[in-house]
Design a binder for this molecule. Structure first.
Ligand SMILES: NC(=O)c1ccc[n+]([C@@H]2O[C@H](COP(=O)([O-])OP(=O)(O)OC[C@H]3O[C@@H](n4cnc5c(N)ncnc54)[C@H](O)[C@@H]3O)[C@@H](O)[C@H]2O)c1
Ligand SMILES: O=C(O)C(=O)C[C@@H](O)[C@H](O)[C@H](O)COP(=O)(O)O
Ligand SMILES: [Zn+2]
Length: 346
């Protein structure tokens, strides 16, 4: 299956969901990966790729290494191998590798091409599509980065056979995000079908990618609609940052964040108790955490001001309107938000 992204500036690329095909590149290619993915799947990828010159840079595995130091290491490899403006990077791994490879590609000699070959469920359904690239710093999540679109995304579900169950759950959280914000029928389908089934997970990948491609095609730079893809993230990013990126997987923090956003939606009359419970139950079906103890409510609230959606000290929240629709709003009072946060502090 092929999903197409087409942006107003005429940038176009295909997202292919299929077994990887052999490809020849008449240019220098660098595969960016980590030791986990490399030991499991690099031989498979190398069999499919031939290039004028092929090299591999392996960076440490983990969200805590999604930083400028690792970007320097990737760039160093590119300089050592004398990459030029016609060269190509291939992101081979999960969202961490994808975000960093894309960012390195965006700044190397002011920008070179890159391809996404995502190997986690989360990166196949979300991170590999749409061109948000970047790294974290001590102030927060993805605060340094660029919009830089890949020239292709190759999603091979074969990689999921080695994915740990917890990582699988983290990916499902982002799938649930797409359904709650944009597609009631998809949500109902998710309630009825088991994503551990091979056929069902392929359907869910395709549905999520279609949704994300549709959103990004309309609003690449997150001026409006795209912010909906941040549902659960306003809270989730604070949780990731507070816990030093070593307690919750990104998707898990987003899962908790969606439960928090739903409580906010309930408070302002956008969601019923029953609807919030349906989302919670769907997350729990895949053992995605749905609770978190906030130690300091005011401190948690202050973190929101570094969120990239916040402008001029107004915090933007994505609140579902029932299931399958949502609103992006900066009009929710501090009192309402604090009350919701207090509900998570006992
Ligand atoms: N750019 C975007 O639009 C976007 C969207 C969502 C998330 N993200 C980012 O993506 C990151 C999360 O991505 P993630 O959940 O893929 O985490 P990840 O990249 O850390 O990968 C999770 C773990 O799975 C391992 N792994 C990867 N593929 C594997 C496989 N096939 N088999 C076994 N193990 C495998 C990795 O080595 C890692 O240990 C976060 O940094 C998040 O901010 C970006
Ligand atoms: O593509 C988007 O837009 C998203 O918001 C997807 C999110 O799942 C992803 O985690 C993204 O990196 C968060 O956006 P950010 O701008 O807050 O970093
Ligand atoms: Zn995310």
């Amino acid at each position: 299956m092929i999903v197409n992204i087409s942006l107003p500036d005429n940038t176009k690329y295909d997202i292919t969901i299929d077994t990887l095909k052999k490809q020849y590149f008449d240019r220098k290619v660098v595969i960016v990966t980590n030791p986990t993915v490399s030991s499991l799947h690099l031989d498979y990828l190398k069999e499919k790729i031939s290039a004028k010159e092929l090299s591999v840079v392996t960076v440490p595995d983990g969200e805590q290494y999604k930083n400028m130091e690792t970007i320097e290491a990737i760039l160093e490899h590119c300089f050592e191998h004398k990459l030029n403006r016609n060269s190509l990077l291939i992101a081979f791994g999960g969202g961490v590798i994808g975000d960093m490879t894309g960012f390195a590609a965006s700044i190397y000699q002011r920008g070179i091409d890159f391809i996404q070959v995502p190997t986690t469920l989360l990166s196949q359904v979300d991170a590999s599509v749409g061109g948000k690239t970047g790294v974290n710093n001590k102030y927060g999540k993805n605060l340094i980065g660029a919009f830089h679109q890949p020239i292709a995304v190759n999603i091979d579900p074969h990689f999921l056979t080695t994915l740990p169950k917890r990582e699988f759950g983290a990916g499902i959280a982002e799938i649930v995000k797409m359904a709650v914000t944009f597609n009631k029928d998809f949500f109902q389908w998710l309630e009825k079908n088991n994503l551990n089934d091979e056929k069902n997970i392929k359907t869910a990948i395709a549905k999520s990618v279609e949704t994300k491609a549709w959103v990004v095609s309309q609003d690449e730079k997150e001026r409006g609609l795209r912010a909906a893809l941040n549902y659960g993230h306003t809270f989730g990013h604070v949780i990731e940052n507070e816990t030093n990126y070593n307690t919750y997987l990104h998707g898990e923090a987003v899962g908790i964040g969606m439960v928090m956003a739903n409580e906010l939606a309930k408070k302002i009359g956008y969601m019923s108790e029953g609807e919030t419970l349906r989302v919670k139950h769907l997350l729990e079906k895949y053992d995605i955490p749905t609770s978190y103890k906030i130690e300091d409510v005011e401190d948690f609230y202050e973190h929101f001001f570094l969120d990239k959606k916040s402008l001029d000290n107004r915090i933007k929240f994505i609140v579902p309107k029932g299931i399958g629709d949502c609103e992006i709003t900066d009009l929710i009072s501090k009192e309402n938000v604090i009350e919701v946060l207090k509900g998570f502090s006992n």
